[in-house]
Design a protein around this ligand. Structure first.
Ligand code: EPZ
Length: 417
């Protein structure tokens, strides 16, 4: 089992090139199932979840090859409608193949994702919404057995709760449904906008008709398409926080600052000096980190995927702060590990009360989920001494070349077996 050894504390200085977005790439890869034409995808991050999704598509008959960094997908011979548990269990976004399989073939057998450290990850909203398009489904032995005997029929769908995955599944499925669909109370994360832009490139007819409503006219013909996925805003936010917490000075490149305005404003408020350019963000951390109270929310609110990282930063703040986690029911797994490093964080329901002025002590730590694991790396970077982080396969799911990128900006970090 690999571990990460981090020797702190030092200030991070230099340039970070942000990779493509994992959470934009996953629905876009699933959406390629709609088409029998060649598709070229650029800027996909080299992370485990993307590899898993590619293996899932290949297991269903997709022909996929890499041309240098680009991916070329041809689904003309893709004919399997079965997504197995052993692939979906490690990457819950596997459920995103359900919509496209139903749209293309009218039936599918897809493993339920199962839970993970941050929550039970139900898919009831996906399934209820798909049934509005004419899908009949039953759940047995951990699989969704779904069929649309008359094909998918466009319909009006109002999501009972904002769900990124359900919005993505339905946007993809409705793109080939007969007739018009209007989806309302959609999630509008930037990754969903990226998916819509990709679908349009393939010839789908989609139009945002209100902030959280989209109109989709089903088509039955798609074109060959090439698309470059957007930057990873969570990776970018993580490195911004790394600069703020280590009093570092970083130039974050290949980004659209507007997309992470909420997080940039928070970091300015706690005292970091930030300058934004067209596709770069320059950040200088300050010795004094001011406390603040935060709440996670659907975009454009504070990203839940940056909650753990913000918590580490607020441990170093000058006073007490409170973070309220409103998206997932169990997304404080990093708290116990941070407290083992000397933090004083008290959990009350979905709120974490964080004492400031923490002097972290190096320790051996356990990563529990993707974003919690990177928060432990951030804490270790600001701590004198050698910390060891176990179960870093969580990290590898969503951060491309994290040691290489951190080493390049001055971190003393290495992977040990
Ligand atoms: C996506 O997960 C992201 N994953 C998550 O990032 C991210 O944290 C989350 O959106 C919120 O932004 C990908 O894009 C691959 P949801 P998703 O459906 O789609 C409940 C990371 O670290 N819900 O918006 O699963 C659900 O339990 C990952 O990269 C239902 O109740 O999130 C949660 O409490 C972690 N029923 C809330 O809604 C459903 O059918 C939001 O979930 C679906 C969701």
């Amino acid at each position: 089992m690999q571990k990460l050894e981090v020797l702190g504390a030092n200030k991070l200085k230099g340039i970070v090139n942000i990779s493509g977005s994992k959470n934009a790439s996953l629905p876009i890869l699933a959406a390629t199932l709609l088409s029998n034409k060649k598709i070229y995808l650029k800027n996909l991050p080299k992370v485990k979840d993307i590899e898993t999704m590619i293996n899932l598509l290949k297991s269903m008959g997709s022909q996929i090859k890499f041309d240098k960094k680009d991916l070329i997908i041809n689904n003309s011979k893709q004919n399997k409608k079965f997504a197995s548990y052993n692939l979906v269990k490690t990457m819950r976004a596997g459920i995103l193949v359900l919509g496209p399989l139903l749209a293309k073939f009218g039936n599918a057998k897809v493993s339920l994702p199962g839970g993970c450290a941050i929550g039970t990850r139900p898919v009831d909203i996906h399934l209820q919404a798909l049934s509005k398009l004419g899908v009949k489904y039953k759940i047995s032995q951990g699989y969704v057995h779904a069929a649309a005997p008359k094909g998918l029929i466009g319909s009006k769908i109002h999501f009972p709760k904002i769900s990124v995955g359900a919005t993505e599944n339905l946007i993809i499925a409705a793109s080939l449904a007969k007739g018009i669909s209007i989806l309302s109370n959609c999630a509008i994360e930037p990754e969903i906008k990226d998916l819509v832009n990709f679908l349009k490139k393939m010839g789908c007819k989609l139009k945002w008709i209100a902030k959280r409503s989209i109109k989709i006219i089903g088509v039955n013909h798609l074109n060959e398409a090439s698309y470059s996925v957007m930057f990873d805003r969570i990776e970018a936010g993580t490195y911004l926080i790394a600069a703020a917490i280590t009093e570092g000075s970083l130039k974050i490149k290949n980004v659209k600052p507007q997309v992470i305005k909420t997080e940039i404003d928070i970091l300015k408020k706690i005292g970091a000096k930030i300058k934004v350019k067209k596709s770069e963000i320059h950040i200088e951390g300050r010795k004094k980190i001011k406390s603040t109270n935060l709440k996670t929310a659907p975009w454009p609110g504070l990203a839940t995927d940056l909650q753990a990282q913000m918590m580490v930063l607020l441990c170093k703040a000058n006073k007490k702060s409170v973070i309220q986690e409103n998206i997932f029911e169990n997304r404080f797994m990093h708290v116990a590990e941070l407290n083992r490093m000397g933090a004083k964080i008290l959990i009350k329901g979905n709120r974490a009360i964080i004492d400031g002025n923490t002097k972290f002590a190096a320790a051996e730590l356990m990563a529990t989920d993707l974003r919690a694991s990177v928060s432990l790396v951030l804490a270790a970077l600001t701590t004198k001494g050698k910390s060891l982080i176990n179960r870093i396969y969580h990290l590898d799911r969503g951060y491309e070349n994290i040691e290489k990128k951190l080493k390049k900006i001055g971190a003393k970090i290495r992977r040990v077996n």
